[in-house]
Design a protein around this ligand. Structure first.
Ligand SMILES: Nc1nc2c(ncn2[C@@H]2O[C@H](COP(=O)(O)OP(=O)(O)O)[C@@H](O)[C@H]2O)c(=O)[nH]1
Ligand SMILES: [Mg+2]
Length: 433
């Protein structure tokens, strides 16, 4: 998509036009050059005009001959400039390319031109095209997510409890939430419902990372400096990580961006912990709050960790949650990676052998309960699909064991074996590479 290039030139400059044609063809562009494309019997005037109109980019070859010549070339130049009027000022559409020392026509002067005598000129042209193409593709992805959000089946009814400890704005109108992501490091997004174990997974991972020379710190500018709730969350982070009580019992600890640094202080990734209700809240026509969409469209690479749990909810609820994940498929960028994390495996000891979880059994059972995820995230790459049939890595996880105290007011937390955070971290590092 957005790869149609029209080359306008005077017939005396055909050789140069053909070189650009060949160069761009080799770079996945669909190039229109009259001599290559016109078929015997076609009305050449209509064909040229139609293809010029359809094109996403127009390359104008400027030479002493083409700028002086009356007739077709001039008409194409003019038309291209007319179509250019419909674009944004920041869009790249017309690319003038100077073949010789000709004078650039006044109307084209405002566009940066390429000097074809320069060695890297072809690369510069393809860079310009690529930049604009990515911009168009980004717009389409934004539109797609809006559309699929609208398509969300309005008949579904299921309920998910909302944690009352969260600040009013987060419960009442998550669209009012502003966040800022200032660092280009990859973002690990823990995608799960309320109580799916996101925060505890982060706590367990943080403990493991800190034992292994990494540093994990909250990003203090993620939320506005007026947000006292966020400030408290950041201040209490270390204390929460070390606590032998589960995070939710402690209250406000559910919305954060963390930075992970290695021993030499290099940022490896950022981890997002957002309220589960923002990913899956059971509302009709569910859409993600704007801040989540904003994060989806940052340039940062994303590592999507979709949390699933064996026997979670009923079939309807699982199906609805699955749909939410499947809908994301079209907006996940090719550079993003996916991890399907089967959480809270400690509850299902029937799938353990000598204390070790049988990943294959977990995977088979999760596949039965969330089969749309497997069906929709098939790896379609003909070479790699042989050894990885799905576009995600499947891992099992347990943050630890949780025991409620007798009056149910809080939960004691006893951390899991290192193998769980080690596997999770390994999968994240593999995804980032
Ligand atoms: N058995 C078990 N329960 C867990 C695990 N992780 C979380 N939980 C339970 O799920 C609750 C919610 O966990 P939390 O991480 O706060 O969920 P979040 O809302 O997704 O952040 C905890 O209070 C625990 O009761 C786990 O690994 N195993
Ligand atoms: Mg949480």
């Amino acid at each position: 998509m957005y790869n149609k290039v029209f080359i306008s030139y005077a017939k005396e400059d055909y050789e140069t036009a053909k070189k650009i044609y060949d160069f761009l063809l080799g770079r996945d562009y669909d190039v229109w050059l009259d001599k290559e494309k016109l078929l015997p019997g076609q009305d050449w005037n209509t064909e040229i005009m139609q293809n010029l109109k359809k094109s996403d980019f127009v390359i104008l070859l400027l030479s002493n001959i083409s700028v002086a010549k009356r007739g077709y070339v001039q008409r194409e130049f003019k038309l291209a400039l007319d179509y250019c009027e419909e674009k944004l000022d920041t869009d790249i559409y017309v690319i003038p390319c100077k073949i010789d020392n000709c004078e650039v026509p006044e109307k084209l002067c405002k566009y940066q031109w390429a000097e074809l005598k320069d060695k890297n000129s072809f690369d510069l042209i393809s860079n310009s095209l690529n930049i604009q193409r990515q911009k168009y593709e980004q717009i389409i992805r934004t539109k797609t997510i809006k559309k699929i959000d609208l398509e969300f089946d309005s008949e579904e009814k299921y309920s998910v409890s909302i944690d009352n400890n969260l600040p009013v704005e987060i419960i009442s109108d998550p669209n009012k939430i502003n966040v800022s992501i200032v660092n280009p490091a990859p973002i690990v997004i823990l995608f799960g419902t309320q109580c799916s174990g996101k925060t505890m997974a982060i706590i367990r991972l943080t403990r493991y990372l800190e034992m292994n020379g990494y540093t994990v710190e909250p990003d203090r500018v993620f939320r506005s400096s007026h947000d006292k709730y966020y400030e408290t969350v950041c201040d209490r982070f270390d204390e929460e990580v070390d606590s032998d009580k589960a995070a939710v019992a402690g209250g406000n600890f559910d919305f954060m961006l963390l930075h992970v640094y290695d021993e030499v202080g290099r940022m490896i990734c950022q981890i997002l912990d957002a309220p589960g209700g923002h990913y899956f809240d059971g509302k009709k026509n569910a859409t993600f709050p704007s801040y989540i969409n904003e994060i989806i469209y940052t340039e940062n690479q994303k590592i999507w960790i979709f949390l699933v749990e064996l026997n979670w909810g009923d079939m309807q609820t699982r199906l609805a949650y699955t749909k939410r994940i499947v809908k994301l498929r079209r907006v996940i960028s090719p550079k993003d990676r996916i991890i399907l994390m089967c959480n809270k495996v400690d509850i299902h000891y029937q799938f353990f052998n000598s204390g070790i979880p049988d990943v294959k059994s977990f995977c088979e059972n999760i596949k039965n309960q969330y089969y749309h995820i497997f069906g929709n995230f098939k790896n379609r790459n003909s070479t790699t699909k042989l050894f990885s049939p799905y576009r995600f890595d499947f891992i099992v996880f347990s943050a630890g064991l949780f025991n409620k105290c007798t009056d149910n007011s809080l939960e004691y937390y006893c951390q899991s074996h290192d193998r769980y955070p080690a596997t999770l971290w390994k999968a994240i590092l593999k995804a980032i590479k």
